[in-house]
Structures are given as C-alpha cells and as structure tokens.
Write a protein that binds this ligand. Structure first.
Ligand code: PMP
Length: 363
C-alpha cells in the first residue's frame, strides 16, 4: 500500500480517514455504571426472550427467511402499513448504510445538521456522497427554514435524527412535514432511533409522501441492542431500492433468533409502553436533579440528556466520573465539548451518577 496505485490512493483518501468505533465506549469491566451508549436499562420483553430461546433449536441448521416476512408483517400491522413498505436490517446502522448506497447519493449534496449522529459523515466518506452540514440554531435546535429550497440552492437528499443525537432535541411533526413537503425531489430520511421516548413519529406521513423514509431501531426503546435489528418504513419505490442493494450485499439480513425475538417484541405492546414510560419518568427526575446541581440541560425527548455545567470543563467531568466507574459520553467537537451525553439508566444508576457529580462539584 505504499506504492502509488489506485488501491493505495483509495486507502489514503477514504479508508485511512475512517475512525474505528471508539472501543473505549464498550469497556469490559464489572460493576460499571454504563451510561454512554443509550441502551435501555430495563431489558427486553420477556416474550421476546422466550421466543429467542424457542428459536435456538435444530432449525438453526437452516437458513433464515431472506425476506423476514414474519417481522415485516408484524411491523406493518403495528404501524398501519403494508409489508412492502418495510425494509429490515441488522441494526439501524445497516439500514442507514443501505440508504446511503441506494438513495442518498445525487448530483446535489446530502444535507444534515452540523451536530448530529457521527456515522452520517462516515457513510458519506465510505460511499462517496457529497454533503453539506447545516448549522443548528443557537439553542441547538434544527431550524426548519434552513432545509427549505432557496432559489437554486436545494438539497439532493436530507437526513436528520428526530429527536436529534446527541442533543436530544425533537422537532415537531408539523416542522418535519414542512421539510418533506418542500423537497419533493429529495429523499428525506428521518432517523427515529429515539422517537419512542417522547417524539412524534413521521411514520404517520409515509403514505402521504413518496420521498419520505423513516428509520427505527430495536436497540433503544425495545432494549434489544444485542440482537441488532432495525427497519425502514417508506414508499414501496424506496423500499424496493433498498432491497435491491441488500440482495447484492447479503441476502440474509437477519438471523433466525433476531427475527423471532423482534416479532415477539413488536407483539408485546404493553411491555414496550411501560418500559418507555419508566425511562421518561426517570429522565424527568434526572433533569430536575442535574438542574439542582447547576447543570444546564437541553430539553430531551430521548433516553439520554445533554448537559453542561457553566463552571466545570466537560472533559474533566467525564474523566472524574470514569474514575468512579461511571461512564458517560463526551465529544471533543466544536460547540459541544463542554457537554456530557448521559443515558438515562435505572433509578439506582441515576442516583449513583447524581451522588458522584455532587461530590465532584464539591471539590
Ligand atoms: N441512529 C442514531 C441517531 C443513533 O444514535 C444510533 C445508535 N448509536 C443508531 C442510529 C444506530 O443504532 P443501531 O445500529 O443499534 O440500530
């Protein structure tokens, strides 16, 4: 790779520039209070666990259903759509990757917020998608007006999380709809990884706008990050494009255990609602407690909060917490390097966090 060949040029231009996922975010230590990757603290539906156990039999000898029909049918029923309007993948990261390959590359750049999910620019590099980062407002909200075409300046495609990550701020559905309606020629991908903790889902608009794709994950509100399941809902034309790319890549997106567990999770609406409600209630308590310690906390509609202390350095606070075996996320990025992103854990984990911060701030 040192000679000047097309391969070595690709290596230095693209691959060398990639940053591997920070291994430090998944440390293998006992007794950690792990509040850094937005996992759900209460665990999946017992019915999902039972379905996964039941699927671990001799049938594992056989390939899974390449169309994951049972899951598409369950999701279609849950969201009032047709199964052909659903695409499933190995975690929403894989669904997003397929969307970047199949739908988001145009002559005009892909637009997304300048503070957002860190994988978007990574996928742009990997798949050669030109992009434009649109600054957030002063209060870290997405400004709808910035995504409307102005004369000849318009997006080739648009992607944003709602609620946004890592800020947690949500955009009202009417504002999301303004963006979709004003850009009929651009695919608008709304990444709703955190929507079940207080946002308004754009899945309700899928039948109305053929340019809308909504992506969900089972990793957060369904507490199944370890199973790796995500899906997209959209017009059949968009879904077909995703299926074509997928079939050229890996015809079996989900294994038998993932399909079984995901179907049972979707069918256990009561567990889903109750476990999300518990996280939202713990979030409100945590926001009030951190406010009491002098933190400024952005309004959150997610299962994490984004907070800064006016008198303390963000990196130092994260390091002090880490010394006490509490890990939260800190980003060394402009505008947000004073913030901590803290996953809402169990009541006990939140109490340990608040006590530790109180102690650190006293020093
Ligand atoms: N989108 C956003 C905004 C996220 O924060 C995450 C999780 N880090 C994902 C997508 C991917 O989640 P998963 O691959 O676990 O479904």
């Amino acid at each position: 790779l040192t000679a000047d060949t097309p391969m070595s040029r690709y290596w230095s231009a693209v691959v060398h520039g990639l940053t591997p996922y920070v291994p430090g975010e998944q440390p293998k230590l006992d007794n950690l209070v792990k509040l850094n990757t937005n996992e759900h603290p209460y665990g999946p539906s017992p019915r999902a666990l039972e379905a996964i156990r039941a699927a671990t039999g001799e049938a594992l000898r056989l390939y899974p259903d390449p169309n994951a029909e049972a899951l598409k049918a369950a999701l279609a029923r849950r969201h009032g759509l047709q199964p052909q309007q659903i695409f499933v993948g190995n975690g929403s990261d894989e669904v997003l990757a397929h969307a970047f390959m199949a739908l988001l590359k145009h002559e005009r750049p892909l637009w997304f917020p300048d503070i957002t999910y860190s994988f978007y620019p990574v996928y742009c590099g990997l798949y050669g998608v030109a992009h434009r980062a649109v600054p957030l407002a002063e209060d870290f909200s997405i400004r709808t007006g910035d995504y409307l075409p102005q004369g000849d300046t318009r997006a080739g495609a648009i992607i944003f999380p709602n609620p946004n990550a890592p800020t947690g701020r949500a955009l009202a559905l009417a504002e999301v709809e303004r963006i979709i309606a004003a850009n009929p020629e651009a695919v608008v991908l709304v990444d709703e990884a955190y929507v079940d903790f207080g946002g308004e889902s754009a899945i309700a608009l899928v039948d109305k706008y053929p340019n809308l794709l909504v992506v969900h994950t089972f990793s957060k509100s369904r507490s199944l990050a370890g199973l790796r399941v995500g899906f997209a809902a959209g017009h059949t034309g968009l879904i077909e494009a995703l299926e074509r790319v997928k079939n050229s890549f890996n015809s079996y997106p989900l294994d038998r255990l993932a399909i079984a567990g995901a179907v049972a999770s979707v069918e256990d609406e009561e567990h889903f609602r109750e476990s999300c409600r518990k996280v939202v209630s713990a979030r409100e308590t945590l926001v009030a407690q951190l406010g009491g310690l002098g933190f400024e906390v952005l309004p959150s509609a997610a299962n994490f909060i984004f907070a800064r202390h006016p008198a303390r350095d963000g990196a130092e606070l994260a390091a002090e917490l880490r010394k006490r075996a509490i890990i939260v996320r800190h980003f060394k990025a402009p505008r947000i390097d004073q913030f901590l992103r803290i996953t809402v854990g169990t009541d006990a984990q939140c109490a340990i966090l608040v006590d530790a911060l109180e102690e650190i701030l006293r020093d």
